[in-house]
Design a protein around this ligand. Sequence first.
Ligand SMILES: Nc1ncnc2c1ncn2[C@@H]1O[C@H](COP(=O)(O)OP(=O)(O)OP(=O)(O)O)[C@@H](O)[C@H]1O
Ligand SMILES: [Mg+2]
Length: 488
Amino acid sequence: MGLNINLLKLREYGTVSEIRQDVISVTGLSNCMNGQLVLVSDCAKGVIVGFDLEYVLVLIVQMHGKVKPGDTVTTTMDEFKVPVGEGLLGRRVNSLVEPIDGQGIIKEDTSYPIFSTAPTVLEREPLNEVLETGTKMIDMTLPIGRGQRMLILGDRMTGKTTVGVDAIVNQKGKGVICIYCGVGKAEAAISRVTEVFDQEDVWEYGIMVTAGASDSMGQQYLVPYVAASISEYFMYEKGADVLLVFDDFTKHAWAYRQISLLLERAPGRDAYPGDIFYIHSQLVERAGKMKPELGGGSCTHLPIVETLQGDFAGYIPSNIISMTDGQVFLNALLFGEGFKPAVDMGLSVSRIGSKVQWPAMKKPTGMLKIEYVRFKELEKLTRIKAGHSSDIDDRLRQGKILEEVLKQDQNAPIAMEDQVMLLFGLQHGLLKNAGPGDVNVLVQSYIDMVRSKRPEVVEELVTGKTMTETVEQGLQDVLDMFLDSAAK
Ligand SMILES: Nc1ncnc2c1ncn2[C@@H]1O[C@H](COP(=O)(O)OP(=O)(O)OP(=O)(O)O)[C@@H](O)[C@H]1O
Ligand SMILES: [Mg+2]
């Protein structure tokens, strides 16, 4: 007679032997695996983070009562999974995907393991579509592909969150699912993001997954994995393009460092545990673009990292720079000068996105970057000398105009076709005689004029994404008209 045991239903019982803040050690569990879910006498949930011959280390992720030595610990032979489903759209949840927006329960469709492995090379496809961020500096000079991993780094208060959230705001009506993952943030910072979600109707296609500064270390450590699992659900099951912003990995590294110290693992460089590189690379590896057989969806990751005094060669920033496909470096000095978004072009790069940039954008932006960097150098040189030739004066004036063109307010994304029109205008004399103060008005009136006088040209540009002869002619005609009427 055969014995039929369902391993998944098999439970084991152990006993809590020691408690160190968020980490407990448990004896008596003979079968276990890393990342497994355990229940501590019905008052806490935890996840196995390490084991020894005698004991198992459990990280508490949720506690309703008080855990005491001698409490019973139950395991199920199952990895840690979280409920996922379309019901998550428009909701704010915690690390266990429980609603924290006071709007009732969320219907789950299925469950996903939080420590899933990244898709293999064979399951992936080269990136073939651009993720429009609506931030001119990024779309023009640092294009991001759907499925790319792009790091946003900079000192405190340099507009990092704004760049990430603006990219989310710009996905309205584009069919991209957006997830904002807040790690270790103060509630005030999270509510600023919630406000933007409210004002810009982001909830229609957005989700917030957060573990704030007041949540347990366990929750802060798990939250990016959970956000990645939710994004994988939409990518695999719905074939959707997903944009995931991690705000931020510095706080995540801190949480993991604290946990590791409680686990008595030997601290390494900067007191971070030796596997911190693995922890982050395991997360960002889960980004990518899938083959059509696997739904054809994509996960774009925008991890945020905070630097200290612009030191991007620090341990955590340089680790993450090496595992992403480029970085947007936000410079505190530029921010202080009022150049916002404070993207430092010299130190920012997008390693794969230019392949998917709109062809209409590629040619004009190549020159733009060089012109801007030249202007910055000239500006530095001329700062010390009082008088210079009129030629230099003119170049400085043009540089100032270019700088004005690149500035952008927060939560004011600009459509890609508008950016193409702006570049066309810039290169064909739209701002020839303008002062820095007139730039915005002139650009906006020109774009409005193209949209009203030649809608078919805009249409062709949007569908073809290239600067065909008809598009070019159309833009030129309107520009002539515009300059004529301005001259009168
Ligand atoms: N493009 C912009 N135009 C105007 N103001 C901006 C712009 N970008 C950011 N700001 C303002 O600068 C401040 C800092 O922005 P943000 O919170 O995005 O920075 P951060 O780098 O994420 O800060 P923290 O280090 O606190 O997380 C905010 O008050 C924001 O409103
Ligand atoms: Mg921030």
